[in-house]
Design a protein around this ligand. Structure first.
Ligand code: FPP
Length: 235
């Protein structure tokens, strides 16, 4: 969700105004994904590196997050949206951890959309914690090293049990992964828009999905092989 600061700067507003406006984009994006029947939406709300921002900004972002969770819980439940969080959550202020745990617990039955919030998140750190836990399970004799395959490894990631993303949307014209879902994005389609996050609305998400639908996802095959697969009788 990049570009909050620049959006505010363009309007001679404080950075916080950009983050506040960004919360409305979060609401609209969640609503649109729910309407479209998209099963999982993951938002990169706070990276591990974001802890190094000025203290006041970190505090303000934590405040906005808490406010969002408190104000949205009813709406999430009503719309069958299950909130989950991924990242080094133990580093979040205890107040944020508490409200997060409550919203996760109270929305767990939602079956329409999984809303994944990446908080204090780093893809590399996620891979390392997976390796550590896997090694412990190998040492304890619970996992046979020869049987470690990609599905097994994926189950040790924070996103265990969820499908890999099909589409990555990056706002504000940045062409970087920024350590977001580093393992899971291996085959994702990447869509970059110059739009700043606070301006990112339903029409922008639809444009991203429209472009995604026109991409040919080959997964290493040739285009011809794919077309044969598509027309092959399904049985
Ligand atoms: C990146 O823009 C944005 C963030 C680091 C924070 C995103 C947080 C929110 C939208 C609000 C709280 C979250 C939720 C889920 C309610 P930037 O500050 O790096 O912008 P810049 O690159 O233009 O400086």
């Amino acid at each position: 969700m990049d570009g909050n600061g620049r959006w505010a700067e363009q309007r001679s507003l404080p950075r916080l105004a950009g983050h506040k406006a960004g919360v409305e984009s979060v609401r609209e994006t969640v609503r649109t994904c729910r309407e479209l029947g998209i099963p999982v939406l993951t938002l990169y709300a706070f990276s591990r590196e974001n802890w190094s921002r000025p203290h006041w900004e970190v505090k303000a972002l934590m405040g906005l997050l808490t406010q969002y969770l408190r104000s949205e819980i009813k709406e999430l439940k009503k719309n069958g949206i299950a909130l989950k969080a991924l990242g080094e959550l133990e580093k979040l202020p205890p107040k944020v951890q508490d409200v997060l745990a409550r919203v996760v617990r109270e929305t767990a039955a939602g079956e329409e959309l999984v809303l994944n919030l990446a908080l204090s998140y780093s893809g590399r750190a996620e891979i390392l914690q997976a390796v550590r836990r896997l090694v412990q399970d190998v040492q304890a004799g619970r996992v046979e090293p020869g049987l470690i395959d990609e599905p097994l490894f994926s189950s040790y990631l924070y996103t265990g049990g969820l499908p890999d993303p099909d589409l990555l949307v990056r706002t504000s014209g940045e062409f970087r992964l920024s350590d977001f879902l580093t393992y899971q994005l291996a085959y994702a389609e990447i869509y970059v828009t110059k739009t700043f996050w606070p301006d990112f609305r339903k029409k922008d998400l639809l444009a991203a999905i429209g472009e995604y639908q026109n991409r040919e996802r080959r997964f290493g095959l040739t285009g011809e092989q794919l077309r044969e697969k598509k027309v092959a009788p399904t049985g």
